[in-house]
Design a protein around this ligand. Structure first.
Ligand code: TPP
Ligand code: MG
Length: 544
């Protein structure tokens, strides 16, 4: 006989869990106790959003569900931003939440929430543990659901009384995620369309990607002369150094790449949903029937035909489709691919902007300096535009950035990455607004010895929103000024290294010093608020 709490933790071990992120709560005290006798690394964060975001980062890096434990409603509501990000980013994760005793359900008991309703729209599956004997099946389903098809988040509620129940039940077997493969006929038809095309574009994105898929896609694209574009914050899906890499479909897109996608004759969309950002508000491809011949490959059949009617809709995992690709004759497209590459390179080099410290220079330094396996993380804000545009990703699993556009993701993601890969360089780039949404996780970094480097891009404002204000309501800024703490002193209060950088020439020595410290480090980058984007200053935007 085992308690449900023990059975649950035993199932996690069966499914290969080595790390879990949590903020403890009395609502799952028995489960916490069951962790004591295991080797699972239980990371306590200072806010549940960070615990959930770390689980998302783990899911992105390993392809296995990231595990998060939080307490009843206050913990669950805090953690919900990570569930939404896992959903939009198609990332496998499982959130376990404490729940009121079964006999109290529906009374609005202390911190009670109906998680089925709360998470209904943003989780793949939400369930509650009914009894101890059902746990092996329940947990196995959670892993299968989170990791199979289009990956995503699963939420499991743990009623307090049920955790103490005893049962004599066998463990489940380790999960194996299930993925569809394309038929030979679908592959042949896709390759035939691409071979005939004059101006094809391959767009990669979505979840469930692998390092091998990234290699397969680059090899196919190079051998067949097909330019590859990555969708929003999926820049590590193909080596950016590949002669076939043509840039990213992002906010502030290169207009030439936008035109190339709009004017393509055949688009192979591999894994991506072709979302709002990648399609530039559904304009590069127009729903429901794009002008371009569309081959849409996606893991989830419900995604195919949801927005776009494809000429060829193929249910397949991205690695499975990528593995089936064979080079086609692209001899007539050599100049076309060279042009796409030249445009990418031209767009990836920055122009001077106002201020003594230029984000263009900072990112150019990182691009030249960092090893290909360095992990770059960020949340949301205009500062990220420089990272996305001027950094070059060479290996799969090196970009941790929320497709959901959630602020506060970068610091926890960096901590999770560094704990997983202590030998790698991990750099979080955050805005002053972005950083303050999860900067307290420097405590987690310090506690567990995660020597991350955080670059806080301080422009004294919620710059993105200020930019939109100046564009839509010129000269009427409101609610976007920030009075910030002393970031260097803030960092040092956690035992982290802290330094202020105000000029271009000071960045490299400060960054090297931060790396050499072997402990968490924060560099405050004081930038000119005028330098709101790599393309236009704030005044230029205000003056139209
Ligand atoms: C959780 C969350 N809240 C609000 C927003 C809306 N938002 C997007 S960017 C931004 C400002 C970011 O400011 P900062 O981090 O300082 O970066 P900057 O734009 O100044 O470079 C805001 C408020 C969001 N994306 N996510
Ligand atoms: Mg800012």
């Amino acid at each position: 006989m085992r308690t449900a709490a023990r059975i649950l933790v035993d199932q996690l071990l069966v499914h290969g869990v080595d790390t879990a992120y949590c903020v403890p709560g009395e609502s799952y005290i028995d489960v916490l106790d069951a962790f004591v006798d295991t080797d699972v690394r239980l990371i306590t964060t200072r806010h549940e959003a960070a615990a959930a975001n770390m689980a998302v980062a783990y899911g992105k890096l390993t392809g296995r569900p990231g595990i998060c434990f939080v307490t009843r409603a206050p913990g669950a509501t805090h953690a919900s931003v990570g569930i939404h990000t896992a959903y939009q980013d198609s990332t496998p994760m499982i959130l376990f939440v404490g729940q009121v005793p079964r006999g109290h359900a529906g009374r609005e008991a202390f911190q009670e929430l109906d998680y089925t309703r709360m998470f209904g729209e943003m989780a793949k599956w939400v369930a509650s543990m009914d009894d101890a004997a059902g746990l092996p099946e329940l947990v196995a389903r959670a892993f299968h659901s989170a990791a199979s098809g289009r990956p995503g988040p699963v939420v499991i509620a743990l009623p307090e009384d049920a955790q103490r129940e005893q049962a004599d039940v066998a463990d489940a077997a380790p999960y194996h995620a299930a993925h569809a493969s394309p038929s030979a006929e679908d592959v042949d038809r896709s390759l035939g369309l691409i071979e005939q095309a004059e101006r094809p574009v391959l767009i990669v994105g979505g979840g469930g990607w692998t390092e091998e898929a990234a290699r397969d896609v680059a090899a196919f694209a190079e051998a067949s002369n097909v330019p590859v574009a990555t969708s929003f914050r999926r820049q590590d899906y193909v080596d950016n150094g590949s002669p076939a890499y043509a840039g990213l479909l992002t906010l502030g897109i290169d207009p030439k790449l936008a035109a190339r996608v709009r004017d393509a004759d055949v688009i192979l969309a591999l894994g991506t949903r072709l979302g709002e950002v990648a399609t530039q508000d559904y304009t590069l491809l127009e729903p429901p029937r794009p002008r371009q011949t569309l081959i849409h490959v996606h893991a989830d059949p419900d995604e195919l035909g949801r927005v776009y009617e494809a000429d060829l809709a193929i249910v397949s995992g991205s690695p499975q489709f990528a593995a089936a690709l064979r080079p086609v004759d692209g001899g007539s497209r050599a100049a076309y691919v060279r042009e796409a590459r030249a445009e990418y390179l031209a767009n990836a080099r920055h122009q001077p902007m106002p201020g003594d410290l230029q984000m263009g220079e900072v990112v150019a330094y990182l691009r030249e300096r960092l090893p290909p396996d360095a992990v770059i993380t960020n949340g949301a804000g205009n500062f990220s535009v420089w990272v996305h545009r001027f950094y070059e990703f060479h290996r799969y699993g090196t970009q941790l950035a929320p497709c959901s556009g959630a602020m506060g993701f970068g610091v926890p993601a960096a901590v999770a990455a560094k704990l997983l890969y202590p030998e790698r360089v991990v750099v979080c780039i955050a805005g002053d607004g972005d950083f303050m949404m999860s900067g307290q996780e420097l405590a987690t970094a310090a506690q567990y010895g995660a020597a991350i480097v955080v670059l806080v891009v301080n422009n004294g404002m919620l710059g993105t929103i200020r930019m939109h204000q100046e564009r839509h309501h010129p000269g009427r800024p409101v609610a976007t000024d920030l009075l910030n703490p002393d970031f260097v002193a803030f960092a040092r209060s956690f035992g982290a290294f802290g330094a202020l950088v105000e000029r271009d020439e000071d960045f490299a020595p400060a960054f090297e010093a931060a790396l050499a410290e072997g402990r968490p480090a924060v560099l405050e980058l004081r930038v000119d608020p005028e330098a709101i984007s790599p393309r236009a200053t704030l005044s230029q935007i205000r003056d139209g």
